[in-house]
Design a protein around this ligand. Sequence first.
Ligand SMILES: [Mg+2]
Length: 265
Amino acid sequence: MQRLDPVDKVSKVLSFDFDGTLHDPAADPSVPVEFFGLIRLLRERHGVAWGINTGRSMPHVVEGLVESKAPFLPDWVVAREREIYFPNRFGRWVPDETWNQRCEKDIHRLFKKHRKLLKKIRDEVLAHTGAEWIEMEGEPAGLVARRVEDMEWIEPRVIALAAEAPDLGWQRNSIWLRFGHRNYQKGSSLAEVARRYGAKAENCFATGDGHNDLAMLTPEVAGLLACPANAVEEVREQVARHGGHVCLLGHGDGAVEALRRFFPV
Ligand SMILES: [Mg+2]
């Protein structure tokens, strides 16, 4: 997959969640062709740098781009809600070492500090809901609920148990909950990407459909906000509250709708 020539002077940074926001597994193609055409045009006319800001790991992002037949690469990617990558001129993904390493170090230190608390959360949630605990390389702590509805019990319980650990954060998305550092989520990651481009929050656009998108769907991070029609209620409410655009269309068609609304071509 090719990388387009970098935009000379970036004036806007566009942040898209992937699953449920651009990508619809039930659609063919899974991301509308029109989306990529519009992005190409906006890069030329508005100097936008567009990126995918997702809970997926980087290999899983690449898989998604291939599967959705993306004709060119994003200008940047935030994977696992916190790792920043830029493509080199050969189309290979290069991690932003400074940010990514600092982030991993902080999370590692945090998990060590809260080992007992995480175990307490794990034991209680597993016993009560039968959820599954995940612990592996690059994914030091997380859980998968048996049903989305279980999250309605799990998250408030996590909030209560984690009250003593204000630096502990988590990202909720459908049946998944990923523990991490409060300072590293889609919002702070987008702010860092924007800082790299020299773009202010008012010149950032963000759209997403799930709970893990709430951190970037705020005016402190992005002045232009949207969500697809299929977004969860909390996201729809937050986007509306901040004067953003709640799309009539879902998934990738919603992304096209939002871009047309904010960036007339
Ligand atoms: Mg999503």
